[in-house]
Each structure stands twice: as structure tokens, then as C-alpha cells.
Design a protein around this ligand. Sequence first.
Ligand code: MEV
Length: 444
Amino acid sequence: MEEGKKISGFSKLSKTEKIAWLAQNFLYSNPIEVVKDFASFWHDNVEEQKVFEGFSENTVSNFHMPFGIAPNFLINGKDYAVPMVTEESSVVAACANAAKYWYERGGFKAEVLNSIKLGHVHFLFTGDARKLEDFFPQLKQSLIDGVKHITANMENRGGGIRNIELLNLNDKEANLFQLKCSFETVDSMGANFINSCLEAFAQILIDEIQLSTSFSIKEKDVKVIMSILSNFTPDCIVRAEVSCKVDELGYFNDGSLKPEDFASKFATAVRIAEIDSYRATTHNKGIMNGIDAVVIATGNDFRAIEACAHTYAAKDGFYKSLTHCTIENNIFRFYIEVPLALGTVGGLTGLHPLAKKSMELMGNPGAHELMKIVACVGLAQNFAALRSLTTTGIQAGHMKMHLNNILSHFHATEDEIEKALVYFKDKVVSFSAVREYLQILRTV
Ligand code: MEV
């Protein structure tokens, strides 16, 4: 069989050798130049570079992303300058803008409703389900006692196992059962702790059923399919809200949109995302623009946070908005309820130099405080998007950013930028239009 470009031992090559191999086999360029390109993004300090390389495998370079700040977050009376890592223009500006707007109206209120995380041992048991159910109380105690060596430290910090239930899923899949296990992991995200407990539970389950006299030889043949945490954490919820009197919302669209009309349009926009999954997906994407940016800046697992948020949005059997808005007794209230299984100790948070700096910037919060900050950022981001959508539309702001990016591509001078901003105020921004405009400017 043709070997093509199959390689063995790629991971063992040095960074430079890996890049040279890429240059020869995929980039068809001079290896020396390609190495220079990739190396230009390495950290100057070799030891720091090693830290980055340690996060993943087969590393050849670092992928830079902007690390921005959204200042003016007032949350439960405390000031924060929130770090955000995102590649999308306008996200940080919009978030900062919304934070300032609400700062002037009392800021954000946030509370953690609960912080339970879940994991499962999925197994097949072909015997009499009632026997297993009768045996479960004894098994449960053995499970808890059998992992004391893993849970001791976590218990000292106020966490540990909160519950273990036996679920019979035979109506969905023949012979399928589950140990549904709940944990409190305090300030750690807890993935390693939970998975270690679950794998130990699986072995204890097998051993205890083997030792028991209640089961026949056939029944003792329990097959563990897998033991793994669930990233769906519907009992790890934070609620954040902003509110003010309707007339305190102010006027929009150069004074032509009255506060009560803005409030009503805004609430209807949220309502649309509560009843229409097409809109809800974009609406929640906007929320995640903010949430992910802080989650990444703090070295947390944004894939887990994303997966969970969307499952939660669909928990009632219909995908809908994570935020809600009410106008009652002349009070405008806008709030979010979102699951956020975040950690502030362990993992990348303590290893990535900028994640550490992010935590320091926010006063080294515990997991609950970080959950509140992140939820407020999600709410602010959504407020900013809906405020634009229901007033000027989002293109006005985006086009300004777009214009700046194109001007920077053409290395426009300060003077050219100033003139272009005025010229394109009422015109459609496109790459060719900006190029032509600069050509005219540069020839006169
Ligand atoms: C763009 O990244 C996010 C928005 O589309 C969100 C929204 O429509 O609510 C602006």
C-alpha cells in the first residue's frame, strides 16, 4: 500500500525537525524560511516556551490571541476589570460599553444558586433489577468508603461526594444501569477528582457484586461500559441580573427612541429568542462571545462550558434563550441563568502565565466568585448585542471596526484614518472602496 506522507515518531522530532518536515511535505517551501516563520512566534524565554509546549503535544509554535480588558464591571458592589481573550472584533468594546452603562445604573447583582457536578458509571447488569436495587444501599456505603483515599483532601476543603443514585435505564436500552454520582469540588473544576472517583466506583461495583451472596453466577457478570463525568451540570447554576426604572434606561438613536419604547423593543427581542430556536442560537452565541472570552482568559475549559450552556438552553425540550427580560411596575429587569462549571485552582489556571495574571487582575476569586463574574460578562455581552440590534443595528459598529482593519492593512497614516472615518460615515465599507479612496488620497 502507498505510504503517502505517513510518519512514525513525529512526536519525537524536535520542534525544528517537525517544522522542516512540514516544510518539505506540506508547505513546499524553504525549510529555513518556514522554521523562521514559526519560530517568530516562540517565546523569547526558552523556559517559558517549554511551559506553553507542555500544555499540548506536537507543538511547533504558539498561536497568539488578543488579551483585552473590559473595565467598569460593578458586580455586587465590587469593581472589576475583566480580562477577555477573543479574536472577534467589537466583542470587548461592546462588553466594556455595556458594563459602563450598567455601572451608572447600580451595576450587576449575581448569585450562585448551586454548584453540584455530576458523573456516571454506565454498566450492564443482566439479572433481576430488584435484587440490584435491594443491594444498592449496602453498595453505596462501600462506594463511599472505598474512595476515602481520593476524597479526603477534597472533604477537608469542604467538598466531596454529595450523593450516589442507582438508575435503571432498561426502558431505553436492555440491561443498562447507571450510578449517578454528585460531587462538590469547591474551587477546582474537578474533572480529575470526579473521574478518579468514578473509575474507583466501577471497580468497587464489580468487586462487591462478586463477593455478594445475593446474586447468581450469571448476575455477577456485570459489564462496566464506561465511567466519566458529565459536562451537563444543571445544578451548577449562577444567576446574574441588571435592573433599573424604565425611564432611567435613557434615550437611544440620537434621542428619537424613548426609554419605554427601547425597553419594549428589547424585551420583545429577548422574547423572540425564547420562542424561536433560530434566533436563540445566535442570541446565545452572542452571550458565549463574552463567556468564552473570560473562560479562556482564566485557563478554564471553554468546550465544556459551551457544551453545557447549549444543553441547558435545550433542557425543556426546546432550544431557547439563556437570558430573560421583564418589565413590571416600571422596572426593567434583564437576567441570565447559566450553568458554569469553573475552577480557580488546578488545571491551566495555575500554569498559564496570562491565566494567572487574569486571576490576579480579578483579585484571585474562588470558583463561585468567578462564576458570578463570567455570568455578568455573558449578560453584558447580550445586552450590548440586543441594544445595537434594537436601535442602530449591529453593522454600524462592525463597519467601523472593519474600516479600521482595512485601513491598517493598507498602512494608513493617522491623517488618512481620520479622513477615511469621516468619508465612510455614511457609505458602505468594502475592501475595494477603501483601497480606491486611499489611492485617490495618496495621488492628490
Ligand atoms: C456576533 O458574534 C453576535 C451577535 O450576532 C449576537 C446577537 O445577534 O445577539 C451580534
